[in-house]
Design a binder for this molecule. Structure first.
Ligand SMILES: C[S@@+](CC[C@H](N)C(=O)[O-])C[C@H]1O[C@@H](n2cnc3c(N)ncnc32)[C@H](O)[C@@H]1O
Length: 354
């Protein structure tokens, strides 16, 4: 074996890993900034000293100064030595300080950092092959996921994804019965109930803690007259006559996605539709080796794959299953017409019909 080492390449790689290390640590700092409202306190664009930001947020100046310097080194805030001040540019505030923005990324960081808490257990899973259930993670995983996905649902679900499905908006407006399977905290269920008051909705999730939160969310939104939530697995779905069965970023988390698809198929009314929203992925690994693919493979390794491997079936589809594999799963569940209805850089939206 040729052991000659190209020192220039070593230096380049070590430099790249140093950036990686800084980014990894900054994930925790972004989560802290989000929790303490540090970004929101800078969202007005004012140039602030560390002391002023600490004063605005009820925090200690020495910590805030160190945090700000890390943010400045990472290009998140700008540092002005003359006044010893820091500024959050409006474009960055749009991503980090505005919960309603279509590109807010704080939820992703909240769930990413919380998922890392499980790395010891996940390392053990690598050795044993066992799984780790969604509900066994920190509650921040669930809340971060809710925030991250709700951003996309708020801006795209009703405006773009549903109109891309054949005849579904008309049915929802007229009064449809909808199943939201793997509903988590119910962000999609509540949003749909707000948009289509003539329809009724059932959200189901295997994680009891998530269903408790979903009920609170429905009550806060004032939609409990048309939304009910229940603890249960997709494989046990009962009932029939549903016009729409949805899987929002949940099918790949399931141990038996074919069984779940078969139950969805059985639950549909004549002419009904199954909507499957999944993380965007290409079909081939080599085409997913992108910055976003990397993020999704990371979440998949820490959360989604262990979750699926904790359940009967242990399919372990992973977040990057891709359209071909997902369509195969839906066809194996009994659907004959499966097509890509829409796609964004972050999501694949599939329509499946009996
Ligand atoms: C990534 S979260 C998505 C939650 C929600 N749909 C959303 O978009 O915010 C995946 C959800 O699927 C649920 N889940 C996983 N396997 C399930 C199964 N077999 N049956 C029902 N729910 C399941 C998990 O408990 C979790 O709430």
């Amino acid at each position: 074996m040729d052991t000659t080492i190209d020192l220039t390449r070593v230096e380049m790689f070590a430099g790249r890993l140093a950036t990686e290390l800084g980014a990894a640590l900054n994930a925790a700092l972004i989560d802290i900034g989000d929790r303490l409202g540090l970004y929101r306190a800078m969202a007005d664009g004012a140039a602030l000293t560390a002391g002023e930001l600490a004063g605005r947020t009820g925090t200690h100046e020495r910590y805030v100064r160190e945090w700000l310097n890390a943010q400045a080194a990472g290009g998140i805030v700008a540092y002005e030595p003359a006044g010893d001040t820091y500024t959050l540019p409006p474009e960055h505030a749009f991503v980090l300080a505005d919960e309603d923005s279509p590109v807010n990324m704080c939820g992703h960081f909240q769930s990413a950092v919380a998922a890392m808490d499980a790395r010891g257990r996940i390392a053990d899973c690598f050795r044993t092959g066992e799984g780790m259930g969604w509900g066994e993670h920190s509650a921040h995983v669930c809340v971060g996921t809710e925030r991250a996905f709700a951003t996309a649902y708020r801006h795209q679900l009703v405006a773009q994804w549903l109109p891309a499905l054949d005849g579904v908006v008309e049915r929802l407006e007229a009064g449809a019965r909808v199943y939201d399977v793997g509903c988590g905290h119910g962000a999609s269920t509540v949003l749909l109930a707000e948009a289509f008051p003539a329809s009724t909705f059932v959200g189901v999730d295997a994680h009891a803690g998530s269903i408790d939160v979903a009920r609170e969310r429905a009550a806060a939104a004032g939609v409990t007259d048309r939304v009910t939530f229940a603890v249960g697995t997709a494989q046990e779905l009962d009932g029939e006559g549903y016009d729409l069965v949805c899987f929002f970023d949940a099918l790949h988390d399931m141990g038996d996605p074919v069984g779940a698809a078969a139950r969805a198929h059985a639950a549909l009314a004549p002419g009904g539709t199954c909507l499957v929203v999944e993380p965007y992925a290409e079909d081939r690994i080599e085409d997913n080796l992108t910055p976003l693919g990397r993020t999704y493979y990371g979440f998949s390794t820490l959360l989604c794959t262990p979750g699926s491997l904790s359940q009967p079936g242990r399919a372990g589809l992973g977040t990057q299953a891709g359209e071909a594999k997902l369509s195969e799963v839906l066809r194996a569940g009994g659907f004959t017409a499966v097509r890509r209805a829409a796609a964004t850089p972050f999501n694949l939206i599939l329509e499946a019909r009996p």
